[in-house]
Ligand binder design. Structure first.
Ligand code: F6R
Length: 620
């Protein structure tokens, strides 16, 4: 979490830092701040709350400085307030630091530094780094690189840092240890950011810091060093110069825009790998960040007899849908685990296991740790991400890239459906290459997959009706989402969307589990949302819904057009176009996404940036 930026050049630094921070606000939005060096003096400006507060402060102060660093925070150590906002200073207030990540041994370092006379101003783990560098500079105050290197040797944890010092007004130092940092090289100006998106507004020449590297940044570019102080030579790569346009395209929120982008995103993601039902799935691919695509050899494919999926949150739910898809089509056992759990216990994978990491951002710390562990244990590794320039792409020799464009809203929507689409493609690819299904079945499945985007368009055309039906449930104290089989992960995702957007507590359950405890919660105040799509579990789910209705719960369903039977049980029906049970997760999740968005908006919640969340979860 947290976003780091920097600028060194000929322009006024503050507006550049702000525009870089705007691209990174998805990483955290508790507070923001900048440190600039003006007329040889370090000045720090911070504001609690959204970036707009810092923007107001900077427009009042109007610093003329042409060098600075900035930060947008998602609080880990210490509540969001001015003191805990970054940048943090050393005792002399001449060195400022911004930080993403966690310093695990900060308590002992802080005690030690306090005993040595250092005065702390915040509760953060970050501040110890500023004091530690100050301490290490005692011998030679002018050799900042060595001071930083020596301090780094005392830190435990994973972190990215940006550092400026009044003694070196023509330099910014950046450090990457298990995170991401991109340096953008312009003409007589250099940019720094946690995400290359922020520097690509200005330049397409980007130097990514690899693990355990330090960058000494000047207006002429950047020199890279290992933590041991050995210079590393690497040229910048040329990225596609995509402008980061914050445009809601007429929608009230980015969330709604992104929900509406799903047909396009699915056409792009599916179309990239599958042109026509009669063609084979083609997973070849490459990018400026190195090769991506799936490059499994015949021997590896023959070996795979188990699949392990690791992911977090919405990506985990996509993985759960993936389990149903792959087991159904390929008959290969799949288990799915939240990455935070998978990383903390003995991971039972071997060289016959295909381990799949799913992560929109490609930067989620738990997912990276879990897939790294699977790799160490010899599993065959594949990633599914929306960011081919992310850390995940460095770890995964096989990579499927969802074509979603940036997802600005913190709640994932279009990336969920695109990840699910990748699982259909992956299952079809495995079935094809391992000869698991007859050709005509594969043809029919591919044809149906290619038709799914058009079905979503029909739901979106009906969004006013979904809004009207949804907001009548805005006063519910809680909601329950139920589904069986392939619909169960969709129920989990529906519940997650509702709670993160509206702050209404919601639980997702396998419909058959209701009577084993959760049903105790139900009464006329707790609506139940059931997924009742015709197929193998339709009747059983209707029976479970009846059990809920008998407890006076208000009943809502997602059902296909023309299903009159459901109207006997449910007071509200969100209709979707007729779709097979197997492909329905791509479609049935859409009314649930819209329902959560409309309820949250009706309740006046911050739909794009829900409280306490951040889009890129780079802490454990
Ligand atoms: C929910 C949401 C989160 C993410 C999770 C994993 O709307 O966005 O649950 O899905 O934090 O993030 P990635 O996919 O970036 O690894």
């Amino acid at each position: 979490m947290c976003g780091i930026v920097g600028y060194l050049g000929t322009l006024k630094a503050a507006p550049v830092l702000l525009s870089e921070l705007r691209c990174l606000e998805y990483r955290g939005y508790d507070s923001a701040g900048v440190a600039v060096i003006e007329d040889g003096q370090l000045a720090v400006l911070k504001a609690v709350g959204k970036l707009s507060n810092l923007e107001t402060l900077l427009s009042d102060v109007q610093p003329r400085a042409t060098v600075g660093i900035g930060h947008t925070r998602w609080a880990t150590h210490g509540v969001p307030n001015d003191e805990n906002a970054h940048p943090h200073l050393d005792c002399t207030s001449t060195l400022a630091i911004v930080h993403n990540g966690i310093i695990e041994n900060y308590v002992e370092l802080r005690e030690e530094l306090m005993e040595a006379g250092h005065q702390f101003r915040s509760e953060t783990d970050t501040e110890v780094v500023a004091h530690l560098i100050e301490d290490e500079l005692k011998e030679d105050p002018d050799d900042l690189l060595t001071g930083i290197r020596r301090a780094l040797h005392r830190l435990k944890g994973a972190y990215a840092l940006g550092i400026v010092s009044q003694r070196h007004p023509d330099k910014i130092f950046a450090v990457n240890h298990h995170y991401s940092l991109a340096v953008g090289i312009g003409v007589n100006e250099t940019f720094l950011a946690s995400d290359s998106v922020a520097v690509c507004q200005y330049t397409n020449q980007v130097l990514r810091l690899e693990q355990s590297e330090i960058a000494e940044i000047t207006t002429a570019g950047a020199r890279l060093f290992s933590f041991a102080g050995v210079e590393v030579k690497r040229n910048p790569v040329e990225l596609e110069n995509k402008q980061f346009v914050l445009d809601k395209q007429g929608h009230k929120h980015f969330l709604l825009k992104e929900i509406h982008e799903q047909p396009l995103v699915l056409r792009r993601t599916i179309g990239k790998y599958l042109l026509h039902p009669g063609k084979k799935i083609n997973f070849a691919g490459s990018s400026a960040h190195g090769n991506y695509g799936v490059h499994l050899s015949d021997a590896e494919l023959a070996r795979i007899d188990r699949i392990k999926i690791v992911a977090c949150g919405t990506a985990y739910h996509a993985g759960l849908v993936g389990k149903y898809i792959i087991e159904e089509l390929c008959g290969i056992p799949v288990d799915v685990e939240t990455a935070s759990e998978a990383r903390t216990r003995r991971l039972l994978v071997d060289n016959r296991t295909l381990a799949v990491a799913v992560s929109q951002s490609g930067e989620t710390a738990d997912t990276l740790a879990a897939i790294g562990e699977a790799k160490n244990r010899g599993a065959i590794i594949l990633g599914i991400t929306n960011r081919p320039d992310s850390h995940l792409s460095l770890v995964c020799p096989n990579l499927l890239v969802t074509e979603c464009g940036l997802e600005v809203s913190v709640a994932a929507t279009k990336t969920f459906t695109a990840q699910v689409a990748c699982f259909y493609l992956l299952a079809l690819y495995l079935a094809e290459r391992k000869n698991l299904l007859p050709e005509d079945r594969i043809f029919a499945l591919k044809a149906e997959l290619l038709r799914t985007p058009a079905l979503i368009e029909r739901i979106l055309a009906n969004q006013d009706d979904i809004r009207e039906k949804s907001i009548q449930y805005s006063d519910a104290p809680g909601m329950m989402f139920i589904g069986r089989g392939i619909h169960y992960p969709v129920a989990l995702e529906g519940a997650l969307k509702l709670k993160e957007l509206s702050y209404i507590h919601a639980s997702g359950y396998a419909a058959g589990e209701l009577k084993h405890g959760p049903i105790a919660v139900l009464d006329e105040r707790v609506p139940v949302v059931a997924l009742t799509i015709p197929g193998t579990v339709y009747e059983k789910t209707l029976s479970n819904a009846q059990e809920a209705k008998a407890r006076r719960a208000r009943m809502i369903t997602v059902a296909v057009e023309g299903d009159e039977l459901v109207r006997k049980t449910f007071e509200t029906v969100f209709t979707i176009p007729p779709v097979s049970e197997f492909f329905s997760p791509l479609i049935s999740v859409v009314p649930l996404q819209l329902m959560s968005a409309f309820i949250a908006d009706h309740l006046g919640k911050d739909v794009d940036q829900p409280r306490n969340l951040a889009k890129s979860v780079t802490v454990e």
